[in-house]
Design a protein around this ligand. Structure first.
Ligand SMILES: Cc1ncc(COP(=O)(O)O)c(C=O)c1O
Length: 379
């Protein structure tokens, strides 16, 4: 049994029980989550694009099911381990967006390909394609060519490299070429809308040239997948992608809240993911120490946003592994120990991976406890 369930199951359905949770705790507002899921689904539908949300953000079967119920055609996973978890929960259409290269992982990939109806994996290297083909047993494996948008993470780095990879795929009947993927990771977080638009427009022209070259060499891209929370609004207008791999929109985080996602200076999606923390020491006026430090949230996105339980404009300062300081800019506020402070997470994906469970609330009441089903499944 999850520790979270042991500690908190008795609070489910009890009015006001959110405040009784042991802290620090990962809290998910089911109503805000539901609105975010519906909003993105409606936007994709209006734009004539299929939605294949990225499960790397939530690692949750329950949230995957919400997305499928709202019309998603399947899910993306960053790692094979995430895909195995979703498949065990009945998800039948999955794209693994990172290359699978080690021998034991390829064995698992091929086994998964026999188990679910529609598995695809991204490739960026001809030798990897040959190795995958050699491992295929019964059913051919569907592959997507990953295109590097210029960030040097994964993906082929040129038109020529894409064509060479296509030829490796076509040299065997064990692989089926399905299309291309390009995720513009760095561009997602360009804060200014026009600047982000220009960057994505230029990258989209590059992707078009790759698609054209592949088509000339006999590789028609039935699937053109990419996009993210930061660029979906722009991709809708550019109209090249057939699928969106958006992830963070379900939760939002500080990094995305600082971006003008739809060019209207409004926050396009609501915060639905929070860390509730408690004041554990308050011996200096204007400063409180809370029980959420480096171990309670990913820190690559800077400090969290202080949402409530502190005067407007209060800041969070990391104070080590277990603690954070909340600082009232007016240096006046007097906290009491036990006071609750609510934070919006700086970067959602790696924060979720620190917790076993979501505490799903509606208003101030604990509604359910959902496991972070694929927590730690990064292999
Ligand atoms: C390949 C890929 N696709 C999609 C996403 C989801 O993007 P976002 O969280 O920006 O919506 C990510 C996130 O890192 C990713 O790496």
């Amino acid at each position: 049994m999850l520790d979270d369930v042991r500690l908190h199951a008795h609070l489910i359905g009890k009015p006001g029980s959110r405040r009784e949770l042991n802290t620090p705790v990962l809290v998910l507002d089911r109503d805000a989550l539901g609105r975010n899921v519906q909003k993105m689904a409606a936007l994709a539908k209006r734009s004539g694009v299929a939605l294949r949300p990225h499960a790397k953000s939530h690692k949750s079967l329950a949230i995957a099911r919400l997305q499928l119920d709202a019309g998603a055609i399947g899910l993306c996973c960053a790692k094979l381990g995430e895909a195995e978890v979703l498949a065990s929960g009945g998800v039948e259409s999955i794209l693994i967006t990172s290359p699978v290269v080690s021998a034991p992982a390829i064995e698992r990939l091929i086994a998964l390909n026999s188990r679910i109806g529609d598995l695809m994996v991204s490739v960026d290297n001809p030798a990897n394609a040959v190795t995958l083909a050699a491992a295929v047993r019964d059913r051919p494996l569907k592959v997507i060519i990953d295109v590097d948008p210029g960030i040097r993470r994964t993906g082929v780095g040129s038109v020529e490299a894409a064509v060479t990879l296509l030829q490796a795929i076509h040299s065997t009947d064990k692989l089926v070429f399905k299309g291309v993927q390009m995720y513009c990771g760095i561009q997602q977080h360009i804060k200014d809308y026009q600047e982000r638009y220009a960057a994505i427009e230029e990258r989209t022209a590059y992707l078009r040239s790759i698609i054209a070259a592949l088509a000339e060499h006999g590789g028609a891209s039935a699937i053109i997948t990419g996009s993210g929370t930061g660029t979906h609004h722009i991709d809708a207008q550019l109209g090249l992608l057939t699928e969106w791999q958006v992830g963070s929109y379900v939760f939002m985080d500080r990094q995305y809240a600082e971006c003008d996602l739809a060019g209207d200076k409004q926050q396009a999606f609501e915060y639905s993911l929070f860390i509730d923390a408690r004041v554990v020491s308050a011996n200096t006026r204007g400063i409180a120490t809370i029980d959420a430090g480096y171990k309670a949230m990913a820190t690559d996105g800077g400090p969290p946003v202080v949402l409530s339980g502190a005067p407007q404009g209060s800041n969070y300062i990391f104070m080590g592994d277990e603690h954070g300081l909340i600082v009232d800019p007016a240096q006046q506020h007097a906290w009491s120990i036990g006071d609750i402070v609510r934070l919006a997470v700086p970067h959602c994906d790696p924060t979720v991976n620190l917790y076993d469970a979501y505490h799903v609330v509606s208003g101030e009441t604990l509604h359910d406890i959902w496991p972070v089903s694929a927590r730690g499944r990064s292999r």
